[in-house]
Design a protein around this ligand. Structure first.
Ligand code: PEP
Ligand code: MG
Length: 326
């Protein structure tokens, strides 16, 4: 594949038959924003906010966070910026937050679990900054919660958003409620996706974590790397279930794990019904080109064939037999 000379498309793209697919970038620090824009990203589909907390000794305050979120919105005044609330634990550590020693950190206190527990104060501060940025920034801000496993966690997170909004109201500070979403990264979230989608604007599938949890194969363990195949029907069926739940409840659904950035999988993902794909910026031009080469009827056929496959190898065969040579 010649990937280096793919044309950069600054405009939003559609499939060959006119279906709009948002192609956004995953961003891990402010320095990446301009590069994402330069490669034609429609917006930011995953802004990982851990960087705000790294390489320092104390957490950033509300104003520092507010400025950071405004900067992202200013970079994409016509697009959407999806900020993920702080997601630590497991593979993501911040020394001064003193995470507990756990036998199984990937099954422990991470993501939203910490935000609803020991890091509740940080969660509130972050939400205050986000609600203020939603009111003051150009562009559209969206906020999503990582590693949700149950509707109860979503309820608690949404209650915190309401409490933060009430406090800002009482203080006379301008705020707006951004679009709100849940990451689908656990089997619990897949099986309760209808209840989750009912109460938010969107879902976003984090296939890095979802694959590890569906396959019970830890992200950093090379010995089980082969099991972590996001093309496996076990993972694809989880994706399909989340998509169906979202669309039945008028929520949009995106994908922001590594899988979304593989142009060989674009047709399949469009066929599965994803509305948005978010990836590291380098792959945006290739995925935009792949979207334009896709026809939704063929994509839907490919997706049903893949969902009926029994093995990852069969899925790969089906992809290869339908994808035109690029
Ligand atoms: C994911 O898990 O797929 C994801 C997008 O989040 P992260 O890789 O930051 O855990
Ligand atoms: Mg994740």
């Amino acid at each position: 594949h010649e990937t280096h000379d793919v044309e950069i498309r600054e405009e939003a793209v559609t499939t060959a038959d006119g279906a709009e697919i948002e192609v956004a970038a995953n961003v891990g620090q402010p320095a990446e924003l301009e590069g994402a824009k330069a490669r034609g990203a429609d917006g930011v589909g995953l802004y990982r906010t851990e960087f705000l907390f790294l390489d320092r000794e104390t957490p950033p305050d509300e104003d520092e966070q507010y400025e950071t979120y405004l900067e992202a919105l200013e970079t994409f005044p016509d697009g959407r910026v999806v900020v993920r609330t702080l997601d630590i634990g497991g593979d993501k550590q911040i020394p001064y937050l003193e995470l507990p020693e756990e036998e199984n950190p990937f099954l422990g206190e991470r993501g939203i679990r910490r935000s609803l527990g020991p890091d509740a104060d940080l969660f509130e501060t972050q939400l205050r900054a986000l609600l203020r940025a939603a009111a003051d920034g150009d562009g559209r801000l969206a906020v999503m919660f990582p590693l949700v496993a149950t509707p109860e966690e979503l309820t608690a997170a949404l209650e915190t958003v309401d409490a933060v909004a009430d406090a800002l109201e009482d203080e006379g500070v301008d705020y707006a409620i951004p679009e709100l979403g849940v990451m689908i990264e656990t089997p619990g979230a897949v099986f309760t996706a209808p209840e989750l989608a009912e109460r938010v604007d969107f879902l976003s599938i984090g296939t890095n974590d979802l694959t590890q949890y569906v396959m019970a194969a830890a992200r950093e363990n090379e010995r089980v790397a082969e099991l972590r195949d996001p093309r496996h029907p076990a993972v694809l069926r989880a994706v399909a279930r989340a998509v169906e739940a979202a669309h039945e409840r008028d929520a949009w659904i995106g994908m922001c794990g590594e899988m979304a950035g593989d142009p060989e999988l674009t047709e399949l993902l469009v066929g599965l019904g994803l509305d948005e794909l978010s990836m590291s910026a380098v792959t945006v031009p290739d995925v935009k080109a792949a979207v334009e080469a896709t026809r939704t009827d063929e994509a839907a056929e490919l997706a049903s064939a893949a969902l009926e496959a029994a093995t990852g190898a069969q899925v790969t065969e089906r992809i290869e037999s339908t994808t035109p040579d690029q």
